[in-house]
Structure formats: structure tokens, C-alpha cells
Ligand binder design. Structure first.
Ligand SMILES: Nc1ncnc2c1ncn2[C@@H]1O[C@H](COP(=O)(O)OP(=O)(O)OP(=O)(O)O)[C@@H](O)[C@H]1O
Ligand SMILES: [Mg+2]
Length: 310
């Protein structure tokens, strides 16, 4: 991907999301900042509970931002919006989910499920039916499936229905939250390949959320590593794998299985110990340490890094 002229589609700045009451306030997202460029696949990786889904939901306005901002095409979409702007965000930013079983309404037929987002927009029945049929074709399903129920489909097909449901809105950005984690290993590649094909054909942009770095290496252009609601490192995929700088990223990478069983048995897993940082009086700042490579580090750590690189 060329480094210059990359159009910023979505921009997240110092985003904070909190849950609970004023007395028992829990900050799930503690000030994250990143840009997503048009046409790229941007990954967010981190362990369970690190705030990945919460970031996605705050972008689509399911959760309000406690602080910070989200802009799309340069226009602020967090906070108060007019009804027209809210519709614009729903159309242009769609989300697909981990569990195709749970996310589809079992009692509704496929045509209703896929068309739901189009209802109440003054579109005629014929137009809606045509768009549903096209969306099903786009994900490799027969338009005849429209009259069936979700339980008649396999896990992979159900995820395709989930994707069709997003595509029918003609979005620019799709937030895919663990879209293949619940699927059999044998069909994961099919769904990933479909996502890739759709991206190439339509210039789609993806925010791909996963805890699985080996999948992300395959699909993402850039990756942000989150730990307890903060981005600790952000880089091009290849840079992140070649030169991980944050000890948490290094620990995540050390846990990726190596295909060679002998090497796999000899491998030493790195454990991340947050007490390795000495942040008292020298708090960490999210810093660009080399071109397009950001690290959460304090002065002491940055000085050490500079010493190593000098
Ligand atoms: N609606 C909610 N109300 C209260 N707390 C929540 C809510 N949603 C998430 N949380 C909390 O916020 C934190 C981040 O949750 P989140 O679901 O974003 O993590 P995640 O990185 O997506 O994890 P996973 O990999 O398990 O999906 C967790 O501690 C979670 O318990
Ligand atoms: Mg999640």
C-alpha cells in the first residue's frame, strides 16, 4: 500500500468508553486513537475483555463515547447527531458478528433478516426484494434461500447471511467482530476469502477484530494491539511481526503456534508482566517511534529503545 495520499476514512481520537454508575465507574476503553484508511483492513487484536468489541460498538454509536471523538469522512459521528446523520452512519458503517447462530433471528426468514436495515426507508417491495437477492448472490448464496429459516443453514452459510445483511446497506466500512472464530477451521478460509473478494470488488474498508494473530497476519494491512482498554502498539502487519516493540505484543506473538512440532515443543512462551514498566512519575505516551509504528511507552523506555537503535 502506498504510504502517501492515503485517504483517512475513519478517525478515532482519545476515545473513552465507560460502564457502570458514577460511583462504580469502569473504563473499558481508556483513550484510544487511530486512523483507518479507505480500502484497508485495520485489525484490532487483544485478549478477552481488552475492549475490542466496545471500541467497535462505540464507533457505530451503540455505546456513547465518554470522551474523545470519532469522525467519518472528516465529519464527527460521535455525540449528538441529527436523525439524517444517524441514518447516514448506520448505512455507511455496518457490523458483522462472531456467532452467526446468535446474531440471526431464528423465527424470521432470510429475506426479512437481510432486508431489516432497509425497512422504513420508503423503498418499494420490489426494490427491496431485488436488493436482497443481489446481496445473497454477492455472498455466494442462491436467491431462492430468501424464503428459508436460519436453522436450515450451516455455520459458514449463516455467516454469509450475516455478511449479506451488512452488504445490502451498501456500506463503506464493515466492522467484523471475530467473524470466523465460531466457524469450523475448514470453512474459515472460505469466509475470509469471500471478505477479501468483496473488498477488492467494492473498495470496502474493514475493521477486523480478533484475538487470533495468525488470522490477522493473513488479512490485515495494519494492526493495533490493545491491552486493558489501551492501544499499546500499532504498526503495519509485517513490521509488527518482524519488530514487535511492546512486551505485550511480544508475548502475544510468542503464543502463535509454529507448524513444525519439534520447534513448537522447544518454544519458550513469553509472559507479559505489566510490572516491567516503571510508569510512576514518567507516564507512558502513545508515540510514533518510526514511520507508521506507534508504541505506548514512557521517556525511560523510549530512551532505551533509541539506545538500542543507535
Ligand atoms: N454493556 C456492558 N456493560 C458493562 N460492562 C461491559 C459491557 N460491555 C463490555 N463490558 C466490559 O468491558 C470490558 C471490555 O469488554 P469487550 O467486550 O469490549 O472485550 P473484548 O476485547 O471484545 O473481549 P472478547 O475477546 O471476549 O470479545 C470487559 O471488562 C467487559 O466486561
Ligand atoms: Mg468482543
Amino acid at each position: 500500500m502506498p504510504e502517501d495520499n492515503r485517504e483517512v476514512l475513519l478517525s478515532v481520537r482519545d476515545l473513552r468508553v465507560a460502564f457502570g454508575s458514577r460511583r462504580h465507574r469502569f473504563e473499558a476503553v481508556k483513550g484510544v486513537s487511530f486512523d483507518i484508511h479507505k480500502g484497508e483492513t485495520f485489525g484490532i487484536v487483544g485478549e478477552s475483555g481488552s475492549g475490542k468489541t466496545t471500541i467497535g460498538r462505540a464507533i457505530i454509536r451503540v455505546y456513547p463515547a465518554a470522551a474523545g471523538s470519532v469522525t467519518f469522512h472528516g465529519k464527527q459521528i460521535s455525540g449528538e447527531l441529527s436523525a439524517a446523520d444517524r441514518h447516514w452512519v448506520t448505512d455507511k458503517i455496518q457490523m458483522i458478528f462472531q456467532d452467526p447462530m446468535a446474531s440471526l433471528n431464528e423465527r424470521a426468514k432470510i429475506d426479512y433478516i437481510v432486508s431489516e436495515g432497509l425497512l422504513g426507508r420508503g423503498l418499494g417491495k420490489i426494490e427491496i426484494r431485488a436488493r436482497v437477492a443481489q446481496a445473497l448472490r454477492d455472498v455466494g448464496l442462491l436467491p431462492e434461500f430468501a424464503t428459508r429459516f436460519p436453522h436450515e443453514f450451516s455455520g459458514g452459510q449463516r455467516q454469509r447471511i450475516g455478511i449479506a445483511r451488512a452488504l445490502v446497506m451498501n456500506p463503506e466500512l464493515i466492522i467484523a467482530d471475530e467473524p470466523i472464530s465460531a466457524l469450523d477451521v475448514s470453512i474459515r478460509a472460505q469466509v475470509l476469502n469471500l471478505m477479501r473478494k468483496l473488498q477488492q470488488e467494492r473498495g470496502l474498508t474493514y475493521l477486523f477484530i480478533s484475538h487470533d494473530l495468525s488470522v490477522m497476519r493473513f488479512i490485515c494491512d495494519r494492526i493495533a494491539v490493545v491491552h486493558k482498554g489501551e492501544i499499546v502498539e500499532l504498526a503495519d502487519t509485517e513490521t509488527l511481526f518482524r519488530r514487535p516493540l511492546h512486551p505485550y505484543t511480544q508475548a502475544l506473538l510468542s503464543a502463535i503456534p509454529i507448524p513444525n512440532p519439534v520447534m513448537e515443543r522447544q518454544k519458550v512462551l513469553k509472559v507479559y508482566d505489566p510490572s516491567c514498566h516503571h510508569y510512576e512519575g514518567d507516564p507512558p505516551v502513545f508515540t510514533e517511534v518510526e514511520e507508521n509504528h506507534f508504541l505506548l511507552a514512557n521517556y525511560e523506555e523510549l530512551a532505551k529503545l533509541q539506545g538500542r537503535w543507535a
